[in-house]
Design a protein around this ligand. Structure first.
Ligand SMILES: O=C(O)CCC(=O)C(=O)O
Length: 308
């Protein structure tokens, strides 16, 4: 069998080619997606938060890894990235067959510290099919949900390299093509390749692909900025309304507000009733942001216009 490879593209790649690669391989690397200065700007927003973040302490999350969330609340430059036109167009094309609206699912800086072991290989879509169990029990799945998840693509992930990613410092290990294998397939180590990329490049991968952070045998941190999107009808992993409450979200771009969940999806998902005073029942969530609905643009299919 030939050595698996992650395809690498440059800026001039067409959206069609990217979507085709995602469908075939489940992943690719977008080289030099952001310039060094743009990454510097993100770092200056986030450094104090990253520095202050405590280490994870679970087998899955690692013991020498920090995970800094709420990036939309904390960083104007991450807000810009989350609605980047190329990203939006890819989200719309790749996830479009399975939903009418999309949302931010996870926003997190993952810093793998020296000495961290490799993370267990997993598919992010398991978030919707695994049962919630005490931490010391082996994961178990709901088989009906696991089957449904193999029939759709529920999630699309973007991992921006803030430091260079290489095999030594814990570059994400990805098994290209594994989105086509059985949900519980145990792939050999040779199926996984480190997503080696330079600072500013980005690994794009589907929520169906087997992957995990690599081990960091170097003496420097590996830092990646993870922004993931999911289908508008699924529960978000980061609770975006709590991570980015209305008093912060009210000043954001309407597209970002909608991606956080401050918009009705389809005809009726996500409306709310302001509890007090009595009277404003069945209200669009923009009301909580003191916005008018005229800010929201829909495309001819009635979907939120994401790639304007
Ligand atoms: O940090 C990485 O390279 C991947 C992390 C990951 O897959 C996760 O925590 O779910």
């Amino acid at each position: 069998m030939s050595q698996p490879k992650i395809k690498t593209f440059k800026k001039d790649i067409s959206s069609d080619e990217m979507v085709k690669t995602l469908q075939e391989d489940g992943c690719f690397i977008f080289e030099d997606f952001l310039s060094n200065n743009e990454v510097n700007d993100i770092e200056s927003d986030l450094d104090p938060f990253i520095e202050a973040t405590m280490r994870s302490n679970t087998n899955f999350g690692g013991f020498k890894t920090t995970r800094t969330g709420a990036l939309m609340a904390r960083s104007p430059n991450c807000r810009k990235l989350a609605i980047n036109k190329r990203i939006m167009s890819l989200v719309k094309s790749f996830l479009g067959p399975y939903a009418n609206t999309f949302q931010l699912h996870v926003t997190q800086v993952i810093r793998v510290l020296p000495g961290e072991k490799a993370q267990m290989a997993h598919r992010d879509r398991w978030a919707w099919s695994q049962l919630q169990l005490p931490a010391n029990e082996e994961p178990r799945v709901n088989p009906v949900l696991a089957k449904i998840m193999t029939e759709i693509e529920p999630q699309l992930n973007f991992m921006l390299a803030i430091t260079d990613f290489n095999e030594e410092n814990g570059a994400t290990l990805v098994a290209p093509g594994s989105h086509k294998s059985a949900d519980d397939a145990q792939l050999p180590d040779e199926s996984f390749v480190p997503a080696e990329m330079s600072r500013g490049s980005m690994l794009v991968f589907s929520g169906s692909i087997l992957h995990g952070a690599g081990s960091n045998t170097s003496n420097k941190d590996r830092i990646g900025l993870n922004i993931d999107y999911s289908l508008g009808w699924l529960r978000q992993e980061d609770n975006q309304y709590l991570s980015c409450p209305p008093e912060l979200a009210k000043d954001f771009d309407p597209k970002l507000q909608a991606l956080l969940g401050y918009a009705v999806a389809g005809p009726s998902l996500g409306y709310f009733t302001p509890p007090l005073p009595a009277g404003e029942d069945l209200t669009a969530p923009q009301y909580a942001l003191k916005n008018t609905l005229s800010n929201i643009k829909l495309d001819p299919d009635g979907r939120l216009e994401l790639n304007e």
